[in-house]
Design a protein around this ligand. Structure first.
Ligand SMILES: Cc1cc2nc3c(=O)[nH]c(=O)nc-3n(C[C@H](O)[C@H](O)[C@H](O)COP(=O)(O)O)c2cc1C
Length: 327
């Protein structure tokens, strides 16, 4: 390969890593790093950014890494370069999450290409959603997006199941906010300064009001208050979904992350927004209860609502130059 061609490839890979860094992550921890070679990119975990209290198993860390991996795949698909993706390729190197190799062949158009512009427009939207049903064809697109990434998207439809979800979420929220370690960790990841490059910005979550809706958005107000209007309408009639994986394994969680980002970008492309609720999945007994009560035949990994709403603000990201290392 000529030097010119290889430096061109390095640029393509750097671009993919930069796009990967815009992915969602739990508490905006951005637990990733990238190593780039002539025609290889490694996505690596940064375990120091795992949430010790909220995420002892590393499930949410792995889902976040899956989101980043999916963005990288979208960026490379848009650059029309052929790639081979190897997930968790080295059991001796647990920080190595994926190795992406350029095949040297041009890639044909795939549906991932049309998701690229959505990477910049996808934000968590914790506002009131408009009272409008999500049409079936949108639900079909989102479900297909999850299936294409080997995950399951389950629509919570019956009134009884929606009530169960609301009850379990409130229970989880109460249990967590009672725990001083949980509150201390949350406090570390909330930021009210515009200059911090990670953490959840107070501009992106609502003030804790007396009316917090039937389905509680995570209460991020650990010592600081959100700057968005209080939410009164996150009610159980909204489009509520559970994302699941076939099993509880690192590989399944990674796929679930790719599925989450795929369906979230698809929703964004179609002018829909989403916000996540993971509280109930974080408390093991309540996660088990969710499975039993809703008779789920898969492992729930997160809950989300999808709809339409006024736009939300972007949260900050770390400087890609500090995250990318050349091999
Ligand atoms: C695995 C995972 C779990 C998350 N859990 C929640 C949650 O419980 N509540 C919430 O409001 N946002 C949740 N989020 C959204 C993140 O807080 C959000 O992605 C991050 O702050 C970056 O903001 P952005 O999505 O607007 O880019 C979660 C994201 C991921 C990837």
């Amino acid at each position: 390969m000529s030097t010119e061609a290889s430096s061109g490839h390095t640029e393509v890979l750097r671009h993919a890593a930069t796009r990967a860094g815009l992915a969602p992550s739990v508490h905006n921890t951005q637990p990733w790093r990238f190593r780039i070679g002539r025609d290889t990119m490694e996505l690596r975990a940064d375990p120091d950014r795992r949430l010790r209290v909220l995420d002892p198993t590393g499930r949410q860390l792995m889902i976040s890494l899956g989101c980043a991996l999916f963005n990288a795949r979208v960026a490379l698909a848009s650059s029309r370069v052929g790639v081979a993706v190897h997930r968790l390729p080295d059991t001796q190197d647990e920080k190595l999450i994926a190795r992406i190799e350029l095949t040297g062949r041009p890639a044909p158009w795939t549906p991932l290409v049309r998701l690229e512009p959505a990477i910049d427009r996808r934000f968590s939207n914790r506002r009131d959603f408009f009272e409008k049903e999500v049409p079936e064809e949108i639900l079909y697109e989102l479900t297909s997006a999850a299936t294409a990434e080997h995950a399951i998207l389950h629509l919570v439809e019956s009134e009884e199941h929606r009530q169960e979800c609301a009850r379990l979420l409130w229970e989880a929220e109460a249990e967590q906010t009672d725990d001083p370690d949980y509150r201390a960790e949350l406090h570390e990841w909330i930021t009210s300064t515009g200059t911090r490059q990670d953490g959840v910005s107070t501009r992106s979550f609502p003030m804790a009001g007396p009316a917090r809706g039937e389905i509680p958005i995570r209460d991020f107000s650990a010592g600081v208050t959100g700057l968005m209007p209080a939410v009164g309408d996150s009610d159980r009639h909204q489009c509520l979904m559970i994302l699941g994986s076939k099993e509880d394994s690192l590989a399944s969680w990674l796929h679930a992350g790719e599925a989450l980002e795929r369906l979230w970008l698809e929703a964004t492309r179609l002018d829909y927004v989403a916000s996540l609720f993971t509280q109930v999945i974080e408390v093991p007994e309540l996660r088990a209860e969710l499975r039993n009560r809703l008779e789920l035949d898969f492992q729930p990994v997160l809950m989300l609502r999808v709809g339409q709403a006024a736009p939300n603000v972007a949260t900050n990201r770390r400087d890609p130059n500090q995250l990318i290392e050349e091999m």
